[in-house]
Design a protein around this ligand. Sequence first.
Ligand code: 4H6
Length: 245
Amino acid sequence: MRFDIITIFPEMFVNIFNGGVVQKALQKGLLEVHVHNLRDYTTDKHLQVDDRPFGGEEGMVFKPEPIYAAVEAIRTSPKAPVYLLSPQGRLFDGRWAAEMAGREQVILVCGRYEGVDERIAEGLADDELSIGDYVLTGGELPAMVVVDAAARFVPGVVGKAASVRHDSFVDGRLDYPHYTRPREFRGLKVPAVLFSGDHKKIEAWRRKKALDKTASRRPDLLAQRALSPEERRILAQITKERNES
Ligand code: 4H6
């Protein structure tokens, strides 16, 4: 799959994927990331990408013409979706990342200044995407987040174990806790069940811990889906244990 990113600051993307599994994926050709300078798609002598907003407010907004020209020049796959990264977007999540990983090409448009002419959202972008409820100075960091999250779903990019485990975020659960040596560190002990050798018991412990953490930190994730009979039983057990102690 390939990402094409449109930005006025292409230099921000120079070293971001150095090291780690995304670099490996780029080297293996599993993934391509092409960064394009929006100014290359202007036609005036000042290479102007922005202009003053109608209606008399402060600041500047991105003009539509260079962005339309860039997308039309860059698109290699006729059905490639275009996403505008913006605080007004639909909230990005693991499911959306996985969906992107199945595409041939995804085009990301990074806005800056006070924003982007609304006709990008009206006539060019398939959707507006937000990585969270905060305002940033530009869409570049969100674009990097989207590429990284989607890359993990491209077959061969991360190991099977990790991808299967974190896929669980897609079905609305946080990860279980991990431990390594030493068995005791500054008085903090590794739970004994993890060296019991009883894989059934270890699996049950992990499911319980994951569910407990999800219920206390992210009840919204559980509220979005149906609980299995086993999950109901575990949650009831956790409540009982809490009331006893
Ligand atoms: C489009 C429109 C994404 C892009 C406006 C982008 C947060 C996210 C931006 C703006 C972003 C996110 C420019 C408006 C700066 C505020 C770039 N911020 N802004 N949550 N900013 O994914 O001023």
